[in-house]
Design a protein around this ligand. Structure first.
Ligand code: HPA
Ligand code: ZN
Length: 337
């Protein structure tokens, strides 16, 4: 168990969130409110019944419920309300900057225009005190042609995007399936990230780097199964956006005590802590930090490293990044006295 002083420091330190699926921030109460507002029928009779269904056994069992929850999102205001709620919650956890994933194909498949999706999310970002940018994710269980069509449809909104990512069912859908759409995204000047090494093997991390040319790996916790890959990730300081509560809920690790966050940091990796799908996995940023620090031998120096890593890995202009890193160091200098 962490002591009260360390807990307060971890809660109050400035931090960036780099792995948050905005559809995964949709709380059951908001799902029901939006279902009513939009006249969408839900398969669950109450907030309690829906919450009771959040007993996941693996990634796919989660994704099935996550896509069902997103079915209530129809109007621009729905996307705005969801994003505004997340950003208000993140601010309470001293998140200073968030890079937000969204899954346009989950919505366009239901007839929602991509401009409605991006418009609502981006307007909430502009209205927030937290600086926030958008990473558009392609669903890897769908085809690359569908991803290419999604990128094409997003071109009028190119300026609202900082990057693209790759999410959904990992095993059986290796990064190289999306080589062309990532090359095209890179040519457009977009930053590149991909989920890899969550449920999938370390080889997916390598091909995400070598074939897709991603700049960060989302999750990546299975890298430790490959010593040469681990050394490479350390040498190149490729950031890993680790999500501790997600990893336990989806049984990547059976218990938080078994999570490899300490080993990742000890191996010199640029690991960060993030919430992934906070409404589904039991908590937002500080819940993730506290769950990890409570269960693992993590101390003050780890906290400072994790905070610094989050800003170092962010897609921010160099001057802004340095300013935020200086804020972290000033916070820890003040906390030490
Ligand atoms: N992994 C893959 N796809 C996802 C996730 C995740 O953790 N969350 C939302 N979509
Ligand atoms: Zn994720």
């Amino acid at each position: 168990m962490m002591n009260d002083q360390l807990r307060a420091i971890v809660q109050q330190m400035p931090k960036a969130e780099l792995h948050i699926h905005i559809e995964g921030s949709l709380e059951p109460e908001l799902i029901f409110a939006l279902a009513e507002r939009n006249g969408v029928a839900l398969a669950y009779g109450s907030v309690e019944q829906l919450r009771a269904a959040y007993a996941f056994t693996d990634l796919q069992s989660f994704l099935d419920i996550y896509y069902a929850g997103a079915s209530v999102l129809l109007q621009e205001q729905d996307f705005y309300d969801m994003t505004a709620a997340y950003l208000a919650r993140a601010a309470l956890d001293h998140v200073r900057h968030a890079e937000i994933f969204f899954d346009p194909q989950t919505h366009t498949a239901r007839g929602v225009d991509i401009g409605t999706v991006i418009g609502g999310i981006a307007r909430a970002c502009r209205d927030s005190t937290v600086s926030a940018t958008l990473i558009m994710c392609f669903l890897r269980h769908l085809s690359e042609d569908e991803a290419l069509a999604t990128l094409e449809a997003a071109l009028p909104y190119r300026d609202q995007l900082i990057g693209v990512g790759l999410d959904s069912s990992e095993v059986g859908h290796p990064p190289e399936k999306f080589a062309r759409v990532f090359a095209r995204s890179k040519a457009l000047g977009l930053h590149l990230v991909a989920h890899a090494g969550e449920e999938g093997p370390p080889a997916y991390i390598a091909t995400a780097l070598d074939v897709l040319h991603v700049e960060r790996i989302d999750h990546g916790v299975r890298c430790l199964e490959d010593a040469a890959l681990t050394r490479r990730l350390a040498r190149e300081q490729i950031a890993l956006t680790v999500c501790p509560l997600s990893n336990v809920k989806l049984r990547v690790f059976d218990r938080m005590e078994q999570h490899n966050l300490v080993q990742l940091l000890d191996a010199g990796l640029a690991a960060t802590v993030n919430s992934d799908d906070p409404a589904y996995f039991g908590g937002y940023m500080n819940d993730n930090f506290i769950a990890a620090f409570d269960a693992l031998p993590l101390g003050l120096s780890h906290a400072q490293r994790l905070a610094r890593n989050s800003f170092s890995a962010a897609f921010l202009p160099a001057a802004r990044k340095q300013q935020l890193l200086d804020e972290v160091d000033a916070f820890f200098a003040a906390a030490a006295v």
